[in-house]
Design a binder for this molecule. Structure first.
Ligand code: HEC
Length: 150
């Protein structure tokens, strides 16, 4: 399906609006990009895959199912805006997965996927400025979950 630039922007904005309601105040993004990857954990702690799965489902958190088909059969609606995430851990290592969740715009400036751990990039109202969609540990939990998708 072909989207016009305008449609893409409008859909992107609608998603960001939904996410922004749950914006996190506590974690200021701090990470180092190496060759389009983020090798180091954002928290230094291992992620919890079971919680990451919950974050991926939660419409006010990851809401990944809005755009991706995932092995989460108990949820009916899976979107097709992004690639199917079955087997994604075979395609990407942890450092690349982290880059894709933290800030996919580094890899593709025009992507519709939100940057889950940056500030100031998405168009949000003033009261959400300086906040990220997910907290650092939530990002690590999502990464731990994605790593199970072999
Ligand atoms: C608004 C739609 C949208 C949402 C929400 C979204 N994504 Fe994406 N995602 C995309 C698109 C589109 C791509 C394709 C790559 C690109 O555009 O750069 C993508 C690509 C990816 C990729 C790379 C897959 C591949 O095979 O290349 C991963 C991993 C990923 N997303 C994970 C997630 C996770 C985890 C979440 C939830 C925390 C999420 N996405 C939420 C739209 C979305």
């Amino acid at each position: 399906m072909k989207h016009t630039k305008f449609m893409t922007a409008a859909i992107g904005l609608a998603f960001v609006g939904a996410f922004a309601v749950n914006a996190q105040a506590a974690d200021m993004p701090k990470f180092t990009i190496v060759n389009d990857t983020i090798p180091a954990s954002l928290t230094g702690k291992p992620g919890d895959a079971a919680n990451g799965r919950k974050v991926a489902i939660d419409r006010k958190k990851g809401n990944c199912l809005a755009c991706h088909v995932m092995p989460i059969p108990e949820q009916q609606f899976h979107g097709h805006v992004g690639p199917d995430l079955h087997g994604v851990a075979k395609r990407y290592d942890e450092a690349t997965l982290r880059m894709r969740v933290v800030d996919p715009k580094v890899l593709n400036e025009d992507t519709m996927m939100p940057s889950f751990f940056t500030t100031g990039q998405h168009r949000v109202t003033k009261k959400f400025e300086g906040k990220t969609i997910l907290g650092a540990q939530e990002v690590e939990d999502v990464i731990a979950y994605l790593k199970t998708l072999m």
